[in-house]
Ligand binder design. Structure first.
Ligand code: HEM
Length: 700
């Protein structure tokens, strides 16, 4: 047993290296955890204490309640771009309306630009999709008192141990989707939604060291969890139940690149007024403008909590979370500058900025709708132009349940480069961080980078290089099923205990002996669902027009929900993998790290759900959704597919600036030769010099 003082030292060092959001400029944190602007949590020795605990949003929450999705205004009669006199140009962004590109060029009416915060997109309902308004709801809320208190249910960590636990076995996408699938998903999520991360009431997730399925230690004894604050004025009665605020603009409008507020946008803009600041072609640190105290806040996770000056600043506070995300943030900041730099110098800096922003937003939309969604099997109905009756706001069900595709996240990155790409010192540095180096027969080397090494580590991207980082996303991603990699499910944003060799911690699978605390994103997803009053699984199915499941096997599509003879719900043997198959249905040895797309365990998933819930009516929405059998040709079960379809259709039809109906883009192309019709593969090549597959979403 550890002596008390040693234990305290270990805990405090773990705290100092974990997550919170502080102004990126703040100095090194004291032994207490600085979790948000002005929010210091002392004596809460856990990672998750801080990854819940973040700064008050820079966007003020409003008292608007969720808006109905119908409007009285007539349908749009034209898709001609609005003019600069539109209200959308004048809300929340003082730079756009007055200085339109066409006005500068003297060639007639100008296409208006989106506001930064999404306000005014719908002229009759200017708050639809606006940052700082509550998430919409598509199903009745579900609170214990019908007003705001959380429903109870099985312990989320126990659910995680029994359902999300992959025992270190990799199982891959059955449709050969590459890691671009999850990376793009997370990147656009940070364009669409972010709850108010200010910690409200504590609602810790119990941790039971005696759970027979528990393989990790947790010196803290619980998994800290803080509720999302109630949207102002809500949660006081069943007639006015608790709502939660989406702090960023709902629209796919590149807000993760530019921010949803003028203050963040202005800080990110370089001295010339049209480019984004990209010293050495990478995202800036807080000190890039000299006065680091004035930098916009960024979430600090993992090592960044102990080294906030290393955080890179971007349009979204989460940009430093992992390697792939920081790479995409960097790619699109470069893309902005590529376009802004190509525009005529006769245009004002503001016009160059806004034209590039408009094109970047269109590119992100186009890639989402023509590459990402089809690759994952999400087919939407035909587009009939802007429909002002459609409320595009992100729903709570989408953000809190359906878009949390954490299961797809692959546990490592493997960039392969010519052997002499890095010098010996750099290679040693990689090894010391826990990156393995493999020498290949063709003279290349492969860096094997565990996902956990990349949390809160933006410097690693600069050391590896943007091109190799993006190349590494060509590998297959994990199957979007009920399993979640342990780097998210147990050691999220944790750093190894002092004195541990990091190379023993992440490869080939997460080593529980390296870590002293548990942070579990899957358990958090379940708890967040209860926090936000998400309906049960069956009620959510009904809200999306699907029949209720009558049995656990209805959910999973398996043959039985009975445990094997002689086994009980508490027997760890029920989790054991018994067989694996590859994409052609051929057997793969259990433990194979590269080829399995189908796995069978000693017990069915239905049997384990029955152990947890007893009745199918009690299943948490997130748990039931990820347990569903996939619709053929897609990465999803019917419920997740239905929610994605509904949300992406609303985001398309209810966006007045949606790229397909935006004639302003055509005008820009004619006037300035700016082409927004590029694939993601082409953008990677243009902005990083890296050649990748033409369809990046298919694994190479
Ligand atoms: C390494 C990869 C990832 C990490 C470390 C990560 C981490 C997190 C964390 C810490 C949260 C906050 C949880 C809470 O307290 O409620 C979160 C929320 C969320 N994540 Fe992830 N995530 C990852 C990948 C993804 C992917 C691939 C997707 C979707 C394709 C996704 C979608 C979401 C959504 C929708 C939310 C809720 C956002 C909101 O506040 O509205 N994440 N994630």
């Amino acid at each position: 047993m550890l002596g008390t003082s040693l234990a305290v030292t270990l805990v405090l060092s773990a705290i100092a290296l974990t997550f919170g959001r502080v102004n990126a400029a703040a100095g090194a944190p004291p032994p207490s955890v600085v979790c948000g602007q002005g929010t210091t949590i002392t004596l809460v020795p856990s990672v998750s204490a801080c990854w819940q605990a973040t700064t008050a949003s820079t966007v003020a929450a409003t008292t608007t309640s969720p808006t109905p999705s119908t409007a009285t205004e007539p349908p749009a009669t034209t898709t001609v771009p609005p003019t600069s006199s539109d209200p959308s140009s004048t809300t929340a962004d003082t730079t756009t309306a007055a200085s339109s590109p066409a006005a500068a060029a003297g060639t007639g009416p100008a296409p208006a630009t989106r506001s930064l915060d999404g306000s005014g997109n719908n002229t009759s309902h200017p708050t639809w999709g606006e940052a700082g308004t509550p998430y919409a709801r598509s199903a009745p809320d579900n609170y214990a008192d019908n007003a705001g208190s959380m429903v109870s249910g099985p312990s989320p960590r126990h659910i995680s141990n029994l359902v999300f636990n992959d025992l270190g076995q990799n199982v891959f996408s059955e449709n050969d989707i590459s890691q671009w699938g999850w990376a793009w998903g997370q990147f656009i999520d940070h364009d669409m939604d972010l709850r108010d991360e200010t910690p409200a009431e504590a609602a810790p997730i119990p941790f039971d060291p005696n759970d027979p399925f528990e393989r990790f230690d947790n010196q803290v004894g619980q998994i800290d969890f803080f509720r999302t604050p109630a949207a102002p004025g809500t949660g006081n009665s069943p007639s006015n139940p608790r709502q939660q605020v989406n702090t960023i603009s709902s629209f796919i409008d590149a807000s993760q690149v530019y921010g949803s507020t003028p203050a963040r946008r202005d800080w990110l803009t370089a001295a010339d007024g049209y480019d984004l600041m990209l010293p050495n072609q990478f995202l800036p640190t807080a000190g890039a403008h000299g006065d680091s105290a004035a930098a916009p806040a960024m979430d600090l996770m993992g090592p960044l909590a102990g080294n906030p000056g290393q955080a890179r600043v971007a349009g979204d506070v989460r940009a430093n979370e992992n390697f792939a995300l920081t790479a995409l943030q960097t790619l699109f900041a470069r893309e902005h500058n590529r376009i802004a730099d190509a525009l005529p110098t006769t245009l004002s800096p503001q016009d160059r900025f806004e034209i590039a922003r408009r094109v970047v937003g269109a590119e992100i939309e186009r890639i989402t709708y023509t590459e990402f969604l089809p690759a994952l099997g999400v087919q939407l109905g035909a587009y009939h132009g802007y429909n002002p009756k459609v409320d595009p706001a992100i729903t709570n069900e989408f953000a809190t349940v359906a878009f949390r595709a954490h299961s797809m996240v692959h546990g490592e990155f493997e960039p392969t480069v010519p052997a002499r790409t890095y010098d010996a010192t750099q290679l040693d540095q990689f090894r010391s961080e826990g990156v393995a180096i493999e020498n290949n027969a063709d003279g290349t080397i492969t860096l094997v980078i565990p996902l956990g090494v990349t949390f809160g580590n933006p410097v690693l991207l600069e050391q590896v290089g943007l091109g190799p980082a993006l190349e590494s996303l060509g590998e297959r991603e994990y199957k979007n099923d009920e399993q979640i990699d342990d780097s998210l499910r147990s050691t999220l944003f944790e750093v190894p205990k002092p004195g541990i060799d990091p190379s023993s911690c992440g490869e080939p699978v997460v080593n529980p002996d390296c870590f002293s605390d548990v942070a579990d994103l899957g358990a958090d997803d379940v708890q967040r669902g209860r926090d936000h009053g998400m309906p049960t699984y069956n009620k959510l199915r009904k809200a999306y027009g699907l029949d209720a499941a009558h049995s656990f096997t209805d959910i999973t599509g398996e043959k039985t929900d009975a445990l094997p003879t002689g086994m009980t719900c508490n027997d760890p043997a029920i989790l054991a993998f018994t067989s694996l198959k590859d994409e052609n249905g051929n057997p793969v040895p259990v433990g194979d790290p590269d080829n399995a797309v189908q796995a069978t365990r000693a017990s069915t998933l239905a049997a384990r759900l029955k152990c947890l819930y007893g009745s199918v009516e009690k299943v948490d929405a997130f748990v039931g959704m990820v347990s569903e059998k996939h619709v053929r040709g897609t990465e999803f079960g019917p419920l997740q597919l239905a929610i994605w379809k509904a949300q992406f259709t609303a985001l398309r039809d209810g966006d007045r600036f949606f790229y397909q109906g935006d004639d302003g883009l055509r005008q820009l192309e004619q006037r300035y030769g700016i082409d927004d019709n590029r694939t993601l593969s082409q953008l990677v090549e243009l902005d990083s010099g890296q050649h990748v597959a033409a369809d990046v979403f298919k694994a190479s």
